[in-house]
Design a binder for this molecule. Sequence first.
Ligand code: TK8
Length: 369
Amino acid sequence: MKKKQLFTGVASLALVAGLAACGGDDDASNGADTGNNDENESDTNGEEDSEYSSAEASYVIEAGIGLNNQHPQYEGLLRFKELVEEGTDGDVYVETYHSSQLGDDRQMMEALQLGSQEVTIPSTAPVTNFVEEYAILDFPFLFPNEEVAMDVLNGEMGDELLASLEDQEMVGLAWWENGYRDLTNSVQPVATADDFQGLTLRTMENEVHLAAFSELGANPTPMAFGELFTAMQQGTVDGQENPLATIYLEGYYEVQDHYSNTNHVYSPFVFLMSKQFYDGLPEDYQQLVRDAAQEAGEFQIEENRNQNEELLDALVEEGVEYTEVTDEARQEMADIVQPVNDRFAQEMDQDFVDRFYDAIENSEYNPEQ
Ligand code: TK8
C-alpha cells in the first residue's frame, strides 16, 4: 500500500518557490560562510545518502525544519531518517527539508494538522498558538539549567504537554533542544537591562516573548524565522535572539555587530508528527518512529550543546563584539520580566502551573536541591 500525501503537489510547488527565492546557491559546504543563503541542492529532494527510495516505500515522511543544514537539528533529523529507514528496511522513507523549504514553524504545524506534511520540529514558542499551556516553557529565566529543563520535559509534565497536542491533530514524539537564547543586535553592546531600551527586536510568534521584551523597554516585532535574516540585513529590525549555534551557523555575523550571553530563556524543540499519518501506521512502526525520534533527539541534544558552547570564539573571529552579561545584570533582567511570567501563569490552569513549578524545584538537577 502506498501512503502518499494528498497535497504533494502543493508541497513541491512551495518547495520550488522556496528554492527560487533563495537563488539556488550551489556551494553546499559552507552555509555558515554564506549567510542565510545556504541551500544544499543535493538534499532538497531528500534522496541523499540513502540506499532506500521513496518509490519502494509504503510510507513516506516529509520532514521539514526552519534551520539550515549546518545546524545540529538537521543532523538529528538525518539520524532519525537513518534509524527509521534501517529499522523498517526502507518501508518507511524519510525526505528531509531544511531552511524553511516547506514553510515556517507555524505553517508546517498547520500542514501536519491537514496531513499534507508528516514531521516538523519547531521551537515550542509558536506551539503556544495551538496549545496555550506551552507558554510556560517560554517564561524567561524559568529553568536554572538545561539538565533541569530536560528532566522536567522527559517527566510527567513533558508527557502531559506532548499528549495535549493530540486534540490539535499532532502527536508529540520527543523533546529536542534549541537551547538558551542570547541577544544580537547591530546598534549597541547590551550588558544590562537598560541597554534593551529602544532596540527593535525580532521575536518569535509568542505572547510571552512579546510582553517580556516590551517590559525590558525594547520594541518587539514578531516574525517567522525564515524572514529574519533579510529583516536584519535591511534594517527592519536591529536585532534578534537565538542560541549561539543558530547565530553562528545561520551567518548572522554578516548583519549583526553585537552579541550578549543574556541566556534569557531556554528554548526546547518538540518533535511533531501528523496525527493522521501516525494513526495510519501499524503499531510496530508507531513504536519505531517514537524510539527513533527519542534516540535521534539524544544525539541532537549532545551535538547542540557542544556547538552552543564552542562557537563563541568563531563568532568573535567573524568580527562580532562580545559583551558579557554578569549574573547580577541577568538577575536584574529576571526581576523586570517576572511580572510577565506571573501574569501569564495566572491565566493558565493553576494546578498545571503549580505542578510545573514543583517539578522544576524538585528536579535532582536543580542546584538549589
Ligand atoms: C526554526 C526556529 C528557530 C527559533 C526561532 O524554525 O524562530 O527563532 O529559535 O529555531 O524554530
